[in-house]
Design a protein around this ligand. Sequence first.
Ligand SMILES: *Cc1c(COP(=O)(O)O)cnc(C)c1O
Length: 389
Amino acid sequence: MKFSLDEQGFFYRDTWAEVDLDRVRMNVKGIKSHLPEDVEFIAVVKANAYGHGDSQVAEAALEAGASMLAVAFMDEALALRKKRITAPILVLGASRPEDVNIAAEEGIILTVFQEEWLAKAQDVLKKNTTLMLHIKIDTGMGRIGIRSIEELKAVERLIEEDERLQLHGIYTHYATADELDDTYFNKQLALFRKMLSSMEKQPLVVHSSNSAAALMHADAQFNAVRVGIAMYGLAPSMEIQPELPVDLQEAFTLYSRLVHVKKLDKGEKVSYGATYEAPEEIWVGTLPIGYADGWIRRLQGQEVLVDGKRSPIIGRICMDQCMVKLPNEVPVGTIATLIGSQGKEAISINEIASKLETINYEVPCIISSRVPRLYRQDGKVVDLNNSLL
Ligand SMILES: *Cc1c(COP(=O)(O)O)cnc(C)c1O
């Protein structure tokens, strides 16, 4: 069946995610208004914008006041360039030094996280080109970054003496900004300040905060913040959720339609292993979503919303389908809300994360690319996939 919500769709499947770009814009504006006015907003759109859609979220964030984008890998930056995103893009992760010429050609900013990396990059970088760089300082995250003042000074000197290299920014990353105890956060912040003050010249863009630090320590900013999770309307942790100063709106929702509805007699079984047995006469619906869509087997027992009521997933989740116990008989084609609200009920990403014993970040990321994404823009649902190719 062709998707029929507004006849704009280009897929033939009764399962889809809907990403509310109006909410992304509201979140960006809300977070920005909480920060000092001169602080730049770097929208973190790595991992296909946490599963929401990279270029669609990037454009919405830029419209709402972001001035720069950040991704984890160079491939993600190149994918955005292919989709005609011209804003500055910073690659946060380690790029291969042999690939620096591609970054220079595409105007992609890379991260210098070690002196050896920079030396290798200088060996392969062509003449008469400009590579823009941000230095990454490891102040206690223990992932990548420069760890001493000597190394920072050496890197600063190498960049200064090479006219192909342009130092655009410097940053660090916090390990515990999403916790209420700020002891370790303050240690990292102090070390970053110390490293900065050891430099000959301060780079243009200085940033340290992720979503949690931007929201919880609005006074401790330099001149930019890197915001991911909060832009998608999710709290960086359950611990700080009650303390958040900005009202965030979840942008990601997930829907499916019942493709088969039937009545089971007491004792009849459902799905692989025949582990579920109807305790009485019940109505059962089949949804065309399964673990290959990221709706993983551990979600057995999780409820979905049908007819405004909570309906549990019964039996094992299959690769492409799963079954739910319906509150009553409903027609084939009835919408099931897996994430989002229906009537008075709502299922949040946090509820799914808690069922999976993980963090909310992971949930939209694991909804696979087999699930088409539609977008809500100016209150209307549109397909932005084709128009951006
Ligand atoms: C992913 C990431 C961010 C964004 O973090 P959120 O908690 O989603 O705001 C910021 N900085 C770096 C270095 C990251 O890897």
